[in-house]
Every structure is written in C-alpha cells, then in structure tokens.
Design a binder for this molecule. Structure first.
Ligand code: NAD
Ligand code: UD1
Length: 335
C-alpha cells in the first residue's frame, strides 16, 4: 500500500515514515526541505532497511503533486507539511497563511481529482486556544491565539466542509500535544533552526553545552510547583498514532487528541531529564512568556476507544531518547 507523506523529512514526518516502513507500507515523500534535511530520510531508510521514494518539491506546486499521483498508486495521504513556529507566525503571518493554507488547498484538490480520499492531517492542541478545562476533550471549544493556530483551525474547517460535501472522504484530524523524544537509535530527531523556542530542544542544547541555562518561564502559575504544565508525548508513540488512524475504517471526519493525559511541569521535565541522563541542567526562573497557559493536557480516551491507540512511553524514556539524539548529533543533521 503506497502512502504519500507530505513534510516527511521533518521531525514527526521522518519518525512516521520509519514506522510506516517497519509496518510494510510503501512510502512516497514530498518535502521542499525548507525546515529539514534529506539526510533524515537516508537514515530512516538505513534503520528500516527499505527505500523511500523522495520528491524534493513544494506541496503548493500542483503539477508536482499531479506527477506523483500519476506515477504512484497512492491510497492515502499523511499531511505534515507546514510551517510551525508560533512566534514567527506572528511576525510573518502572510508566509504562514500562504504556505499552510495554499499547500493544503492544492493537496486536497489533487486528492479529489485522483479520487484519493483518505487523509491524516497534522493538527495541534493549539486549536483549543486557552483551554477552559483540563484534561481537554475533542469537544472543547476551538479558538486561536496566533496565525499558526489560525491556519490549523482553518484547515480543520476546510476538511469538515469537504467531508460534508462528499461522504466518501475518510479524514482524521490528529491534534498533537507536545511531541518530544526521538527514535531509540539516536539517528533521527528534532533539529530546530537557531535557538529553540520549545522546552525539550532547549534543555538538550543546554546539556550539550550549546546554550548556558534554561529560562523557566514563570513560577507563579496555579500548578503543583508554580511552573507551566504540558502533556509531553514521545514522537514514536505519536508516529504510531498515524498508523492507527490510517487503519481506522470509517467515513467522514474525526478529530483525535494524541497525548498521554499526564501533565508535567517545566521543573518535572528538568528533573526527569537530569535523572534519565545523569546531566545537570542549569536553569533560572524568569517572567512568564506572553501567551502561555498554566495547564494544557489531553483527554485521549477517544483515540484509545476508536483507534485502539495509547501512548506507551514515559517522560523518562522521552528525556533519555531526546538526549541520545542530541548527544550523538550535537549540531543536528549538519555536523
Ligand atoms: P517540521 O518542520 O520538522 O516538518 C515539517 C516539514 O514540512 C519540513 O520537513 C518542511 O521542510 C516541510 N514543508 C513545509 N512547508 C512545505 C511545503 N509548502 N511543501 C513541502 N514541504 C514543506 O515540523 P514537525 O514538528 O515535524 O511538524 C509536522 C506537522 O505537525 C506540522 O504541520 C506541524 O504544524 C504539526 N505539529 C507539530 C507540533 C510540534 O510540536 N512539533 C505540534 C503540533 C502540530
Ligand atoms: C508549543 C506551541 C504550540 C504547540 C505546542 C505543541 C509555542 C508558543 N506554542 O506550545 O502552538 O501546539 O508547542 O507542540 O511555541 N518553557 C520554558 N522555557 C523555555 C521553553 C518553554 O519554561 O525555554 C515552558 C513554557 O512556558 C511551557 C512549557 O515549557 O510551560 C512548554 O513550552 P513549549 O515547548 O514552548 O511548548 P508549548 O508552549 O506548550
């Protein structure tokens, strides 16, 4: 079975390609490498001992997509391609609207044209905006607080309209919480450009000596230790969730939270990282980061019930595997 993976060279995409190959799927990737390196896919091929068909192209390029759908018997699409940095989306909203919305629009049009109507879409917990209650269920109201989040919400709405107009579509909206970790091999992992915005890559770069100390954004939240609580999920568990969504047999559109249901504070993550890796993470408390919420964690019981999926790896595993990747690749893919 041939699966098209857009953005397959990226962090979550490369881990999902590996799981797909391990499960016997044939994988075709389209990626413009705007935020990734081809070497990630070379390493996936090495780990799986199988090959990937790779197209270096933009998903906005309709002719490139038509060429792929003409030359392959694509049966389903996993759509990761997109820009994902919240802060950058506030500075460059047009780039985000253009890239994320036009690529999705063109992809869905071409899928319709070639009657390929099974889609797994990378959505995000960001569609819940500032959550009213935790744990968050899929029925929680949707709202956005930045252009990146707005693109996810608009694409979700676009897909709901497509499914309503044509009952032969099978669409999963996977709302990821906070993906961290890496394949246990330490050969593939998250490789952010510049100084990381997100907590785990920041911690691993402090551990590697690339950054001096972690700024803990606020210790005055209403949480057990005053620092922000999130639902960290191992990227391999997340990748496996995509396979479950592909195998789920239904018509229409369904949203699923992919998280562990466990909330961990910033200080919990730092102390677990220290235990799992035997390193010391220098950190200091600074002001809250604007736009952050106190608590965000998932109710993932729908994914458990309908997809038969649950996250298996612990925060300890996530920290250990993140560090294995970072310590083997101190400068990411480009040594
Ligand atoms: P990533 O940046 O590592 O991967 C995205 C990939 O898409 C990159 O390889 C990039 O080169 C490619 N790409 C971007 N625009 C493209 C285009 N127009 N044409 C072709 N390729 C394009 O990001 P990731 O962390 O792997 O995230 C994958 C998806 O999951 C994204 O849609 C992201 O918004 C979503 N998501 C990520 C997180 C997270 O914390 N990492 C959380 C929630 C949702
Ligand atoms: C980020 C994204 C969000 C996305 C989510 C899941 C931002 C602003 N938001 O959210 O859209 O859905 O990831 O991928 O990027 N922290 C520190 N010091 C740091 C970095 C973070 O204390 O140097 C804290 C934050 O305040 C937060 C927690 O660590 O409490 C996690 O932060 P981060 O990794 O950036 O993820 P989110 O803010 O949850």
């Amino acid at each position: 079975m041939e699966i098209l993976v857009t953005g397959g060279a990226g962090y979550i995409g490369s881990h999902t390609c590996l799981e797909l190959l391990r499960e016997g799927y044939d994988v075709v990737v389209i990626d413009n490498l705007s935020n990734s390196h081809k070497i990630a896919l070379d390493r996936v091929e090495k780990l799986a001992e199988k090959t990937i068909t790779f197209y270096e192209a933009d998903v906005m390029d309709k002719a490139a997509l038509e060429n792929i759908f003409t030359n392959h018997h694509i049966q389903a699409v996993i759509h990761f391609a997109g820009l994902k940095a919240v802060g950058e989306s506030v500075e460059k909203p047009l780039s985000y609207y253009k890239n994320n919305l036009i690529s999705s629009l063109v992809l869905f049009e071409v899928m319709q044209q070639y009657a390929v109507k099974k889609l797994v879409f990378s959505s995000s917990a960001t569609v819940y905006g500032v959550p009213e209650n935790t744990p968050i269920t899929e029925e929680a109201p949707r709202a956005t607080t930045n252009p990146y989040g707005a693109t996810k919400l608009i694409i979700e709405q676009m897909l709901e309209d497509i499914a309503a107009s044509d009952s032969s579509w099978q669409i999963s909206l996977l709302r990821y919480f906070n993906p961290i970790g890496a394949d246990i091999s330490g050969l593939i992992g998250e490789d952010p450009n510049g100084i990381p915005n997100n907590l785990m890559p920041y911690i691993t770069q402090v551990a590697a000596g690339r950054l001096e100390e972690v700024n803990v954004y606020g210790q005055d939240y209403e949480t057990h230790d005053g620092t922000g609580i999130r639902d960290y999920i191992h990227v391999v568990d997340l990748a496996k969730g995509h396979l479950k969504a592909l195998q789920y047999s239904y018509y229409g559109v369904e949203a699923f939270n992919l998280g562990t249901g466990i909330g961990s504070s910033v200080l919990d993550v730092i102390s677990t990282f220290e235990k799992a890796t035997g390193t010391q993470i220098k950190h200091k408390i600074v002001n809250r980061r604007p736009g952050d919420v106190a608590k965000c964690y998932a109710d993932s019981s729908k994914a458990q019930k309908l997809l038969g999926w649950t996250a298996e790896k612990t925060l300890y595993n996530m920290c250990k595997d993140s560090w294995e990747w970072q310590s083997r690749n101190p400068n990411g893919y480009l040594k």
